[in-house]
Design a protein around this ligand. Structure first.
Ligand code: DUC
Ligand code: ZN
Ligand code: ZN
Length: 474
């Protein structure tokens, strides 16, 4: 054996029990009481929890957006992930108009490889152009390369219309793939943006106002209807509003394979951050501008309830960090002319905070630790076709393991204890109860409780199996 984690409490999506975990050649080789050391390095996990590493199903590393590129690339973004107990990321890479999907994937795998991810990663393909049969067939080609998950945007200039969305859904059903959707009503959003700008409203609050609960909720309902029409499963990314939660719950109750993801920012912040920011920790309203924006308390309550009742299947971050100076483009644009709420690059950091945050909420009693593991590791592994190697502490799975200290208090401070490339985090000053004290990727220590100790380029591309769900089985 190479590594023996002794005396901890193993937490799975279903149960918790005390046992040792032995690792050989990067895989979990044995689980049981009083396992022999057999020359392995022994880690005492008495009083600690032993958890599967999280899978963040939604990141935007090195993403071009709003005239810049998100600051974390596949190297520093995965360092941040590893130091927060996330051992696999799924990064979005979006197809340009006319660009074959397989060409996009080839290019992005090369970029990732060059940048040197420190933990495993996979990709979702953002669908930008399926206007011809040939372009649609790109889905089959990237599936042969190991990618079976796609995302359509119902907003943005690079988004698709309902016809392309529908054809993506039907083709996904034929080949065994999962389509995710960023659901916001594009036309209403555009109308509201113009209205507020004409009225002279330029502040970040109007980012929320033009992408409010109804703008998201209507699109959630429409996306679900399109999936029902196409006879396919659907994955709603970053679900953020009460109407959407109800629509997902209703569709699942009717037996439709509709799955939803939410993000920690919608569980913790409300739209109030767009009025005042958090001046006590140096954060301005523009620092919280992400898409979709945070919503009101009623939506936040619905999301927590959705997690408890199984309506929300996964947690992911939408990690897409921009510098404070770039966030200021909402005041003065890059070219020196006056900015407004539409000229702020959309996105916030979060990849390092997801697992510690949800585990802390579990530690405080809001949900069980099993539920935290289910939505952060077990379910994303199943949904994205990598449960053959990820998402659980089980014999034969990759030894992606978090040793978690429930008694370690931790206050998030970007300058002191965060590891990405960004100059601020919206999570600044948030107090957590409990924190990872060791994180392993393939049995190798990558976070020692304080610092990143892994290796550049150690992370590898993980191939996804074909994905097919007839019912909302989890
Ligand atoms: N949302 C963001 O906040 N940033 C990038 C893309 C997205 O959908
Ligand atoms: Zn999105
Ligand atoms: Zn996103």
């Amino acid at each position: 054996m190479d590594l023996l984690i002794k005396g901890g409490t193993i937490v799975t999506a279903k149960t918790s029990f005390q046992a040792d975990v032995a690792v050989k050649d990067g895989k979990i080789a044995a689980i049981g009481a009083d396992l022999p050391a057999d020359g392995a390095e022994v880690v005492d996990a008495t009083g600690k929890l032993v958890l599967p590493g999280a899978l963040d199903g939604h990141t935007h590393m090195y993403m071009p957006f709003g005239g810049t590129i998100s600051t974390d690339d596949y190297y520093d973004g995965t360092i941040a992930a590893a130091c927060g107990g996330t051992t696999t990321i799924f990064n979005f890479e979006t197809q340009a108009i006319g660009q074959p999907m397989e060409q996009l994937v080839e290019e992005k795998l090369e970029t990732a490889d060059k940048q040197g991810p420190v933990i495993d990663y996979s990709l979702h393909v953002g669908v930008g152009d399926v206007t011809t049969k040939e372009m649609l067939k790109g889905m089959d080609k990237v599936q042969e390369m190991g990618i079976s998950s796609f995302k359509v945007f119902m907003v943005y200039d690079f988004g698709v219309d309902d016809g392309q969305f529908y054809s993506t859904l039907t083709h996904a059903a034929e080949i065994g793939a999962l389509v995710g959707v960023h659901a916001e009503n594009n036309d209403v959003n555009k109308f509201l943006v113009n209205k507020y700008l004409e009225e002279g409203h330029v502040e970040p609050w109007y980012h929320y106002m033009s992408k409010n609960e109804a703008v998201a909720g209507e699109a959630d309902v429409r996306a679900i209807n399109l999936a029902k029409m196409a006879g396919t499963s659907l994955y709603i990314v970053h679900l953020d509003n009460a109407q959407g939660v109800k629509a997902v719950a209703d569709a699942r109750a009717e037996g439709y394979p509709i799955f939803a993801e939410t993000c920690p920012q919608y569980l913790y912040f409300t739209k109030d951050v767009y009025k005042d920011g958090k001046p006590e920790v140096g954060l301005r309203p523009q620092d919280f501008v992400c898409s979709p924006p945070m919503k009101g308390q009623e939506s936040q309550d619905a999301l927590w309830n959705g997690i408890r009742t199984g309506v929300v299947s996964t947690l992911a971050t939408d990690h897409c960090p921009f510098l404070k100076s770039e966030k200021d483009w909402g005041i003065t644009k890059k070219d020196g002319t006056p900015g407004n709420f539409t000229t702020i690059p959309n996105g916030c950091a979060g990849v390092e905070n997801m697992y510690p945050y949800i585990l802390s909420e579990a530690n405080k009693g809001r949900i069980t630790f099993n539920k935290a593991v289910e939505i952060s590791a077990y379910n994303p592994a199943k949904l994205f076709g990598v449960d053959y190697c990820k998402g659980a502490i089980e014999i034969g799975k990759d030894a992606d393991i978090v040793v978690y200290d429930p008694n370690k208090d931790f206050t998030i401070k970007n300058a002191e204890n965060q590891h990405g490339s960004i100059d601020h985090t919206v999570w600044e000053g948030v107090e957590l109860k409990g924190y990872p004290c060791a994180v392993y990727s393939h049995g190798n220590l990558v976070f020692d409780g304080k610092d990143f100790v892994g290796k550049k380029g150690a992370g590898k591309f993980v191939k996804q199996n074909h994905i097919h769900f007839d019912t909302p089985e989890f």
